[in-house]
Design a protein around this ligand. Structure first.
Ligand code: ADP
Ligand code: MG
Length: 245
């Protein structure tokens, strides 16, 4: 089953094309890495899926329906979204940050409590951190809190825009493991924007390569490994970018 389908998607900002003729679909319960150089249109692609930007051409279908731009809040309740630097509200406690979407959706307290408990286990965040403010957490802890918030409404779709880019290498490895574990425990469609091919090949089932707003490649990680045996991920990406240049 398909979670997201983009059909001949085009996006222009002030007449400048940023995305051109993108047709691709993202399966349920699988991780797709969206990779490409800075400025290649990765974030715009992600934002077109939760309606933060409206494409100038083509069609976006999310969880079985074309986006209804009159009803974006309903759509966004079904989509978790986390960006680099976590996007946590600095003046809210970690608990308030994590539970905000569920409180806005009027969840009953017992359901909310149960979900928070589960998420803390899933992202390995200590309960004693809940009453702190985001600045009192390490970068890795903040990132985990951001992930927990993105997942609180049990979204079928999770959009992650370079969520791990600001983490130090060891913390990053840690958070990678948690994401893999999370996907085993609660499988969903995850779109992970990254510029790190090693991260892409480690975390994703499928890789989509963007270059100057165009889709260069869509391939499963298995296929990429088979096509480029014994190559380092970075080399594989350079080849993918170079082959088509
Ligand atoms: P990436 O995430 O791959 O670095 P982006 O999707 O952020 O790329 O941006 C792609 C291109 O679109 C860039 O040239 C950027 O400057 C431009 N762009 C992104 N958002 C806007 C906007 N709101 N208005 C005008 N140009 C934008
Ligand atoms: Mg970006």
């Amino acid at each position: 089953m398909t979670a997201v389908a983009l059909d001949q998607l085009g996006m222009e900002f002030a007449g400048t094309p940023v995305l051109t003729d993108i047709t691709v679909s993202f399966p349920e319960e699988s991780v797709t890495a969206v990779i490409g150089r800075s400025g290649s249109g990765k974030s715009t692609l992600l934002r077109s899926i939760n309606g933060l930007v409206r494409p100038t051409q083509g069609r976006v279908e999310v969880l079985g329906q074309a986006i209804d731009y009159e009803r974006l809040p309903a759509l966004r309740r079904r989509i978790g979204y986390a960006v680099q630097g976590t996007g946590l509200f600095p003046h809210l406690s970690v608990r308030s940050n994590i539970t905000l979407p569920a409180r806005l959706a009027n969840w009953e307290a017992p359901r909310l409590e149960a979900r928070v408990e589960r998420l803390l286990d899933l992202v390995h965040l200590d309960r004693e951190l809940l009453d702190r403010y985001p600045f009192e957490l390490s970068g890795g802890q903040q990132q985990r809190a951001g992930l927990a918030r993105a997942m609180i409404l049990e979204p079928a779709l999770l959009l992650l825009d370079e969520p791990f880019a600001a983490l130090d290498p060891l913390t990053r490895l840690d958070v990678h493991e948690q994401l893999l574990e999370l996907q085993r425990e609660e499988p969903r469609c995850i779109l992970l924007v990254t510029h790190d091919m090693r991260e892409a090949m480690k975390l994703a089932d499928q890789v989509v390569v963007l270059e100057q707003g165009r889709l260069l490649e869509t391939a499963s990680v298995e296929e990429l490994k088979a096509r480029h045996p014994n190559e380092e991920p970075e080399r594989i990406l350079l080849k993918l970018l170079g082959e088509q240049a």
